[in-house]
Design a protein around this ligand. Structure first.
Ligand code: MRU
Length: 348
């Protein structure tokens, strides 16, 4: 599986996810502004991958600053870089988590000749740790999956959405490694089609049997007994377990409950935002109406039609059977189990 993002000698190289699966092309970011544009325009997407990109964007931005700048000047430039990257996408908390980590290193090494090198190292650690977290999520998650299971997933929470391996697709990969009779249904995921374009492509590359369906077919498939589990990723999880993920996830969760199917959310600790009491406080990104009125550049709706395009929805915690995290499986009551997870990891 090719990495979604790579630091290559002072350039951030990303596979251009807008063009997959028809064209495998790379976007070369030479400045933090390029990285910010790549995040905004979905060259790179998926919560953990956005975090890695932002961290590399900071490293790139600071590395290109004049060595002769005073501490105050450096700080002023840093704030510009930080706030530009922070404004790219509002929902995935991994972005803010990664920027906070970079800021800690900046504060520690400001005035130290090692500052630039330390920032690059921190960005690379965030990348490496993300892969490790995904692998652990996979190991924990596969224990939940019975032999011969069929798993439905929504959007793309795979290697493309992380530094590698994936969260929801990490569980699927690990389950498939243990039992090659595991199969997958991928929702196409309107409007941006991450399921049709990215999840189907990723799984096929790994020879994991995948069947593509449109979003409105999921209920029928569940009702006919074709699906045993739902596993999705997350962009931000509040302290009570309410979960923001790609638009359409909430509908899938409700359908899963109606049909008695376990609904799992796979996410690393960097996706939990325990400063928010509930999902009502999660900022939801609204994207351009063009994503709804056009498919791959072809207009399908009347000119001037009124459009809404929320990119995420919030699944209430009561629909989540369990969270599959890099620290283990968490079950309700989430306010309690998420707090215990945070306290156990506070020495990290
Ligand atoms: O708009 P996107 O493509 O960035 O949304 C991605 C998702 O909703 C993913 O499910 C989520 O970020 C988890 S990725 C491991």
């Amino acid at each position: 599986m090719l990495p979604a993002i790579e630091w290559r000698n002072g350039t951030v190289v990303m596979v251009d996810q807008r063009r997959l699966p028809t064209v495998e092309e790379y976007f070369h970011a030479h400045s933090y502004e390029d990285v910010a544009t790549a995040i905004e325009t979905m060259v790179i997407r998926g919560a953990p991958a956005i975090g890695v990109a932002a961290a590399m964007g900071v490293a790139l931005g600071v590395s290109s600053l004049d060595e002769k700048l005073s501490g105050d000047q450096l700080r002023a430039e840093y704030e510009k870089i930080h706030s530009r990257l922070q404004r790219t996408r509002p929902t995935a908390v991994n972005l803010f988590w990664a920027l906070a980590r970079m800021r800690t290193v900046f504060e520690k090494y400001l005035g130290n000749p090692d500052l630039r090198r330390r920032l690059v190292e921190e960005a690379l650690s965030i990348e490496r740790e993300d892969i490790d977290m995904c692998r652990r999520i996979g190991q924990y998650g596969r224990e939940l999956i019975q032999k011969g299971a069929c798993i439905l997933t929504h959007c793309n929470a795979g290697g493309l959405a992380t530094a590698g391996y994936g969260t929801a697709l990490g569980v699927i990969r690990a389950a498939f490694e243990a039992d090659s009779s595991v199969t997958v249904f991928a929702d196409e995921t309107r409007p941006f089609l991450q399921g049709a374009r990215l999840t189907a492509w990723e799984l096929m590359k790994d020879h994991i049997p995948v069947t593509l369906i449109t979003d409105n077919m999921a209920g029928f498939m569940m009702n006919r007994g074709a699906i045993n589990y739902v596993i999705v990723g997350a962009d931000r999880i509040a302290a009570n377990g309410d979960t923001a993920n790609k638009i359409g996830t909430y509908s899938v969760a409700v359908l899963a409950r109606e049909n008695g199917i376990p609904f799992y959310v796979a996410a690393p600790v960097s996706t939990f935002d325990l400063s928010l009491v509930s999902g009502e406080q999660i900022p939801i990104e609204e994207r351009s109406p063009d994503e709804v009125t056009n498919i791959q550049g072809v207009r399908i709706a009347p000119q001037n039609v009124v459009v809404r395009n929320p990119a995420f929805d919030v699944t209430p915690a009561r629909f989540v059977t369990a969270f599959i995290t890099d620290r283990g499986i968490l079950k309700a009551p989430y306010t309690e189990t998420l707090r215990l997870m945070r306290d156990a990891g506070s020495g990290d």
